[in-house]
Design a protein around this ligand. Structure first.
Ligand code: NDP
Length: 454
């Protein structure tokens, strides 16, 4: 049977674009791709990239303060010019979207700027009424912020989709949630001069990460002015003349200029015609796939956040490349989800790879090496901020099972530590590596005795 395309990709985010480019560019497949919003997806348009630029912007106030303590004489920064920053940010996102489009163009991928849904295992219905056929369909539609249902809250509050487009910087901001996005945004807005309150329903922010690292970050965030309330959720929310009035489950009543819901993301599968075509979905709407990203329908694959395996851009890209190699390169390739390093861009950053102490302890006897100290740069000017480094080590094999770094630049450090851990480095391999002095990261190779064992 003749198809219009060898591959049709639905979704122009990091994963979909990479899969399309590799299938077309490296393997010569005829590829079409549909994107209903802007090319680049969550990472480029409303996630990692704008977030990281906001992190940079938010760090300057503290930097100026520190510079003055070092002997410079800068006026203390006053108001952050949000509209000026936002205009520049929008320009940068336009530029990056253009880069993505050029890359697709260069690989001869045909782009359709419209919504696309699955009509049957080989047919895609486009938003403009046309249908196209493809030998293979790849779903790479990502995820979408999920807001808890609250009576009367319709239209009140924003999500990470809107946070980069605010007309003005809120003076008082409530952030709901305790995950990656909530904590990163709390630190960003705090740095920009907003008064930030954070409600988290659980006992400690950043659930799932190493306990000690979570405590360290929370303490640091609070010391720098973020008002964190754990065991707290929103009960009632309404717009009043003086702002958004929020009642909490703990009886607090406060007024904010803006409320940001960072309460998780749901896979983008609704109304896509997937189940009707035979694709199986999980409880949260995520697409169920096998190790090769194939769904229950052999001609339909899925990669990235829509499969809810690891919601990280570089993972989606790897999944896209593995898919293309498997289906068009004739080399069955499983994307590797083991020992994936990642960073939470809080201030200070948290870089992590492997198991938390709690996860490792459930699996085998471990030795834990941990240190916390005041780094030279800020200790010099009398700051109490501390960094934390931790190695979780198997007693039996001596392999390093987990590395946890809470420090400025931890995201950069963990990329390199991740190589060692991925190679199976033991604690003794770390020990025989000579320290780079004077750095923060040298402490990772100089921890002598375990602080806990068992
Ligand atoms: P997360 O799953 O990390 O966090 C969601 C938070 O919302 C949790 O604290 C959760 O609480 C809370 N929550 C969920 N439902 C409710 C509710 N009904 N009421 C109150 N609180 C609620 O999601 P994010 O949206 O922050 O991030 C999504 C994913 O995106 C992350 O998992 C990550 O993989 C990725 N990401 C990665 C980044 C990076 O690499 N730096 C940055 C940003 C995102 P509880 O803990 O109790 O479930």
């Amino acid at each position: 049977m003749d198809f219009d395309y060898d591959l049709f990709v639905i979704g122009g985010g990091s994963g979909g674009v990479r899969a399309a480019r590799v299938a077309a560019g490296e393997y010569g497949a005829k590829v079409g791709l549909a994107e209903e919003s802007r090319m680049g997806g969550t990472c480029v348009i409303r996630g990692c990239v704008p977030k990281k630029l906001m992190v940079y912007a938010s760090e300057f106030r503290q930097a100026v303060h520190e510079a003055n303590e070092y002997g410079w004489q800068f006026p203390e920064p006053e108001n952050f010019d949000w509209p000026r920053f936002r205009a520049r940010l929008e320009g940068e996102l336009d530029r990056l979207e253009g880069v993505y489009r050029n890359l697709l163009d260069g690989s001869k991928v045909e782009v359709h700027d419209t919504r696309a849904t699955v009509a049957d295992p080989h047919t895609v219905a486009l938003g403009d009424g046309r249908t196209v056929t493809a030998k293979h369909i790849l779903i790479a539609t990502g995820g979408w912020p999920e807001v808890p249902p609250l009576q009367g809250a319709d239209g009140i509050g924003i999500t990470s989709n809107e946070v980069f487009h605010l007309d003005e910087l809120p003076k008082r901001l409530l952030i709901v949630g305790g995950g990656y996005i909530a904590c990163e945004m709390a630190c960003i807005f705090n740095g920009l001069g907003t008064q930030v309150t954070q409600y988290y329903r659980g006992a400690q922010i950043l659930r799932g990460f190493d306990g000690e690292a979570r405590g360290h970050i929370a303490e640091h965030m609070e010391r720098h002015g973020i008002d964190i309330h754990t065991g707290t959720n929103v009960l009632d929310i309404k717009r009043t003349e003086s702002g958004i009035r929020v009642k909490s489950t703990t009886g607090r009543e406060e007024t904010f200029d803006q409320v940001l819901f960072a309460t998780g993301r749901r896979p983008n599968t609704a109304g896509m015609g997937l189940e009707e075509a035979g694709v199986k979905l999980g409880r949260r709407g995520e697409i169920a796939v096998d190790a090769y990203s194939q769904t229950a329908v052999p001609s339909i694959h899925a990669i990235g956040d829509v499969t809810d395996r690891l919601q990280l851009t570089p993972v989606a890209i790897r999944e896209g490349m593995a898919f293309a190699r498997t289906v068009f390169g004739g080399e069955p390739t499983e994307p590797d989800h083991v020992l994936v390093p990642s960073a939470v861009f809080t201030q200070p950053e948290y870089g992590t790879v492997g198991l938390s102490e709690e996860q490792a302890r459930e699996m085998e006897p471990i030795d834990v090496y941990c240190t916390s100290f005041r780094p030279m740069r800020t200790a010099f000017i009398g700051h109490d901020d501390r960094v934390m480094m931790k190695l979780v080590v198997s007693q039996e094999t001596r392999r390093v099972l987990g590395v946890h770094i809470v420090a400025d630049g931890a995201g950069e450090m963990i990329q390199l530590a991740g190589v060692a851990v991925k190679m199976g480095a033991t604690k003794e391999d770390f020990d025989r590596t000579v320290a780079v002095h004077p750095t923060i990261s040298e402490e990772i190779v100089t921890m002598k005795s375990p602080v806990r064992s068992g």
